[in-house]
Design a protein around this ligand. Structure first.
Ligand code: NAD
Length: 476
């Protein structure tokens, strides 16, 4: 049993009714248990954040930047422990766990720099009308609730915490009940740095705890990353109180491969886009659109590449792909395998759970999938790739855009003019050309259509936690 809630600068035991079991997905066995925070503890966390706000928002930008640099440094000092914990609790291969940690470190470093530039963003506004002067001030939104999922715990939380703290907001973070131990590092770091009590609070729990936070009337904003079904509940609670919300939701993204591509290179991109983090990525490129001229050469190579991936326990084996992170996710993906069989889909690779302990499935490829198939239209959140062929550029764009989601897309072509043209026509928040899943802290993250509202990362990520105030003075 671990003590895992960080409220008003103190570690406290959960007083909620849910017992959370934290598991090693490679073994399908529990590694820790903790009691969820109660509704009253969520209230204490929001109250602590509210109490800490006046002093925190008035700290100098350089002081906040120093704290953020401290977070980056302390994450680095915990390197091995955090990598191992992600391998053990998420089932991530070591190289992926390392990249996540480096991403979180880079995020804190980047927002430290942006915090330092904040004073110069408050500026005079030239007016056409005579007799008045005006200036802008960028102010923190206030107390922010942050709710995150389990697939990239260190990273998703860093993408919210770093800009929120840089802007001068105080926060209550609710990690996922699937991976609640990983983000405890942020509370331990706050302790080690002497971050003022109440600036960062962490409450763990399941839906009840999340709902207590998103319904709390003491928040000024909520930023949520997770599924569309929970996102719409979070949006309802935001609308009931008329307060802003950022939503980073699901995806069903396309990877478009034109027939001028090098087959081997295209296969590498396609495999990475669907098997990284065992396909448990909002940005997984799970719909492959392959041009007629290359499809017959590419699909057998893709099938072989998927079948050759080393799938296993990242703590004991050298692996390319680990297990799915939770039993619930494993059952969900297995349900899609059953649907594929019922729909009579042509399975070229995988299509089944592995016959071993833990929550493993094989990397999977279905070919010539109908546009109406549930596997083509729904987010599966596992290493399950569906392929369709196309003839023309127009057809590829139309099929890629034919989705209720609009998070990301990848375009693979030797004709860079065409690739840029297609990128401009895709209705998504981020397009990769001849690369896959490369996320840089300076670029924006977020989707169109059903993939969410708002943007994280880059200066847009900071703006999400700022409010613009104008001060206008009569000169007469
Ligand atoms: P989820 O929606 O089930 O849970 C997300 C968080 O919401 C968890 O902390 C959960 O405890 C909490 N929650 C659950 N019920 C709640 C409620 N009623 N009120 C408030 N909070 C509640 O999602 P998940 O299964 O953890 O994550 C997978 C989903 O997240 C996928 O759909 C994926 O696409 C999405 N995701 C999106 C992005 C992005 O940047 N767009 C990034 C990562 C994951």
């Amino acid at each position: 049993m671990t003590t895992s809630h960080y409220i008003a600068g103190r570690w406290v035991e959960g007083q909620g009714s849910d017992c959370i079991s934290v598991n090693d997905p490679a073994l399908g066995q529990p590694i820790a248990e903790l009691m969820a925070a109660s509704v009253a503890q969520v209230d204490q966390a929001v109250t602590a954040a509210r109490g800490a706000l006046p002093a925190w928002k008035n700290t100098s930008a350089s002081e906040r930047a120093a704290y953020l640099r401290g977070f980056a440094e302390q994450l680095g000092q915990r390197r091995e422990a955090l990598i191992t914990l992600q391998m053990r609790n998420n089932g991530k291969p070591r190289h992926e766990a390392e990249i996540d940690l480096d991403d979180a470190i880079a995020t804190f470093g980047y927002y430290a720099e942006l915090a330092e530039q904040l004073p110069s963003k408050n500026r005079d506004v030239p007016l056409a009308a005579p007799g008045f002067s005006a200036r802008t001030r960028l102010e923190p939104v206030g107390v922010v609730g942050l709710i995150v999922p389990w697939n990239f715990p260190l990273v998703t939380s860093a993408w919210k915490l770093a800009p929120a703290l840089a802007a001068g907001c105080t926060v209550v973070l609710k990690p996922s009940e699937v991976t609640p131990l990983i983000e405890q590092a942020y509370g331990q770091i706050a302790d080690a740095l002497g971050l003022p009590a109440g600036v960062l609070n962490i409450v763990n729990g399941k839906a009840e705890t999340g709902a207590a936070l998103s319904n709390h009337n003491g928040l000024d904003k909520l930023s949520f990353t997770g599924s569309n079904s929970v996102g719409s509940q979070v949006m309802r609670s935001a609308s009931a109180q008329c307060r802003p919300v950022t939503l980073e939701l699901g995806g069903k993204s396309a990877i478009v491969v034109f027939d001028d591509c090098d087959v081997g290179q295209a296969v590498e991109w396609i495999v990475a886009g669907i098997t990284w983090n065992a396909g448990q990525m909002c940005s997984a490129t799970s719909r492959l659109l392959v041009q007629d001229g290359i499809a017959d050469a590419l699909l057998p190579r893709l099938q072989a590449a998927l079948e050759q991936l080393r799938v296993g326990n990242p703590l004991t084996e050298e692996v390319d792909m680990g297990p799915l992170t939770s039993q619930a996710q494993w059952l969900k993906v297995a349900g899609y395998f059953a649907t594929a069989r019922e729909e009579g889909l042509q399975c070229l690779a995988g299509g089944k759970a592995l016959d071993r302990d833990g929550w493993f499935v094989s990397p999977t490829l279905y070919a010539d999938v109908s546009k109406d198939s549930r596997l083509w239209t729904e987010e599966i959140f596992g290493p399950v790739l569906c392929a369709r062929r196309f003839a023309t550029e127009e057809q590829a764009i139309a099929e890629a855009n034919d989705s209720r989601f609009g998070l990301v897309a990848t375009v693979c072509s030797a004709d860079l003019e065409r690739a840029e043209r297609v990128a401009d026509a895709l209705e998504v928040g981020h397009v990769w050309i001849n690369s896959v899943q490369a996320v840089f802290v300076e670029t924006s993250w977020g989707g169109t259509k059903g993939s969410g509202i708002g943007r994280e990362l880059g200066p847009w990520g900071l703006s999400a936690y700022q409010s613009v105030k104008h001060v206008t003075r009569c000169l007469g």
